[in-house]
Design a protein around this ligand. Structure first.
Ligand SMILES: Cc1cc2nc3c(=O)[nH]c(=O)nc-3n(C[C@H](O)[C@H](O)[C@H](O)COP(=O)(O)OP(=O)(O)OC[C@H]3O[C@@H](n4cnc5c(N)ncnc54)[C@H](O)[C@@H]3O)c2cc1C
Length: 491
């Protein structure tokens, strides 16, 4: 491949795109620059304001550590710097650019509002210094705004969005990019420093820390919150490969939390250890190139991946989503409950509804929760308990290893009927029926609520008073009725 080297020194600003292969910004930078470095800027104060918890941050930093080894192998040094807030990033990058004599910055776009504002501020500041900041669309299959209704409006409902996306993509092959070229080892006249101090007192260094303000990230990559998760790009590829042998039964098994029926790729997709194109390309290769039809399991998985695009696109078209506002604005009138004690019981997995409790305990113990259960617990909190969905959204962000603002906000709002669900608000998940249907012999419940272990397969879903297990937190049927009334009364 012929490379058009037009820049002397480039800097790749890594964020949630922590992989070597199929990384648009990294690849383009490597083709355009003679010398290349990368930087990761941790902003723990802002991450905390965004409710990102230990699991997602620990996973991200662990992936970064893996990537550093791969990058250095290609003569691309990776620098790490820690500033409290996004607001400090423009000045910090300005200093880095000046001190390292960088000609251009390459980075992949991020879409929540504060991320967009941060990036605009960086671009504006560096423009004054004549330094180009090049953004690439990399996180989604198609760039936000790429599909519109006939009236030129953004899609507000998933199915037509999916149809339009597929129409746009289906005619061409989903291409993935190769890893960046190996940059020739720097000569004596040009070398990258090991570290340097910046004027604000921060240190730019090649050492990735094991501690960050506000966060417990752990010394080793396989302890604490990320225990049990293999880290990084190679692990993600292995997981994708393993899932490719199960994908054909995805549509049958994906709703049963006791089965290993889904890919568990979400932490990798969200940290960027794997790309959406790599996932789609694998699925299409198993489905003779068909996005729709063909094998039901594959088509269903493709559809789930498109949900991720849908929710990310919504962030750009509806900035209010990043401001804690509901998608359906009228639902702001709902008299949500803010009962702390009840919320704590829900969070702990102490509601007296076995499937809800087992799910919340899965989240608290493993930093992950099965999709079916995310819907069940979100519905229980926001409908049966009528607690503000934003409390649940925040708790998930703090606890999930795959916490992603777009998908989490989308999932919560969809379930709470404040979002894009096309079904009417009176669809309220019945937790007992969900339990009977999707955990029929109670295997999942028994795993996370061992105090119910001895109950029969029938009784375990709605148990009689049981030693050591709480009474139901609310009247589930009355809660459902109240939620429907509240929604029906919205103007
Ligand atoms: C209340 C609620 C909160 C959620 N919070 C998050 C979150 O913070 N981060 C997150 O990645 N997903 C979130 N989801 C979506 C979904 O639950 C997870 O993506 C999925 O459980 C991850 O497991 P998997 O990788 O095995 O998924 P698979 O079933 O194998 O699906 C493959 C990929 O498709 C995407 N995907 C699947 N379902 C959805 C969906 N409904 N919405 C958006 N993308 C989807 C994910 O990237 C997922 O990894 C949430 C859903 C709900 C209902």
């Amino acid at each position: 491949m012929i490379h058009q080297v037009t820049m002397r020194r480039g800097l790749v600003w890594l964020r949630n795109d922590l992989r070597l292969n199929d990384n648009s910004a990294l690849y383009q930078a490597s083709t355009q620059c003679r010398e290349l470095a990368a930087v990761f800027i941790a902003s723990p104060g802002t991450w905390q304001n965004h409710n990102e918890g230990d699991p997602v941050v620990a996973f991200r930093i662990a992936c970064l550590r893996e990537l550093q080894i791969e990058l250095e192998d290609r003569n691309i040094p990776l620098y790490f710097i820690d500033v409290p807030f996004f607001a400090q990033i423009p000045e910090v990058l300005q200093q880095i650019v000046e001190r390292l004599k960088i000609d251009a910055i390459y980075t992949n776009a991020e879409y929540p509002l504060n991320e967009q504002r941060r990036d605009t501020a960086v671009k504006d500041l560096l423009k004054k210094d004549g330094v180009k900041v090049q953004f690439y669309s990399d996180r989604t299959l198609i760039p936000p705004g790429a599909v519109r209704t006939r009236e030129g409006e953004p899609y507000k409902v998933f199915t037509p969005f999916k149809r339009a996306l597929i129409q746009l993509c289906a005619d061409s092959e989903v291409k993935t990019l190769p890893r960046p070229r190996k940059i020739p080892a720097p000569g004596s006249e040009s070398h990258w420093p090991k570290w340097m101090s910046l004027s604000g007192g921060q240190k730019l260094s090649r050492k990735i820390p094991t501690q960050l303000p506000h966060y417990t990230i752990g010394k080793s990559d396989n302890t604490g919150f990320i225990k049990g998760w293999r880290i990084g790009e190679k692990a993600a590829q292995k997981k994708l490969k393993k899932f490719s042998s199960k994908i054909f039964s995805y549509q049958v098994e994906r709703d049963f939390p006791a089965l290993d029926g889904t890919s568990c790729l979400s932490p990798y997709l969200n940290s960027g250890a794997i790309s959406i194109r790599q996932c789609i390309a694998m699925a299409l290769s198993l489905n003779e190139g068909h996005w729709l039809g063909g094998n039901d399991g594959v088509a269903c998985w493709i559809s789930e991946l498109i949900w991720r695009d849908f929710y990310t696109h919504l962030l750009v078209d509806f900035p209010r989503l990043s401001k804690g506002k509901p998608f359906k604005e009228e639902t702001d009138q709902i008299p949500w409950s803010y009962n702390q004690d009840q919320f704590k019981r829900w969070s702990r997995g102490d509601t007296g509804v076995p499937i809800v409790d087992a799910a919340m305990r899965q989240l608290n113990e493993t930093a992950w929760m099965h999709n079916r259960l995310r819907m069940v617990v979100a519905s229980f909190l926001s409908k049966n308990m009528l607690i503000d969905w934003r409390w649940g959204e925040r708790y998930f962000m703090q606890r999930l290893i795959d916490a992603d603002f777009a998908s989490n906000n989308g999932g919560w709002q969809w379930t709470a009927s404040t979002g894009t669900d096309a079904a009417p608000y009176f669809r309220v998940f019945n937790p007992y029926r969900q339990s009977q249907r999707f955990d029929p012999n109670g295997s999942f419940i028994r795993k996370y609520a061992p105090e119910l272990k001895g109950l029969s397969d029938k009784a375990i879903h709605d148990p009689p008073p049981t030693q050591g297990y709480p009474q139901v937190i609310c009247d589930v049927g009355a809660g459902r009725k109240r939620a429907i009334e509240v929604f029906a009364n919205l103007k």
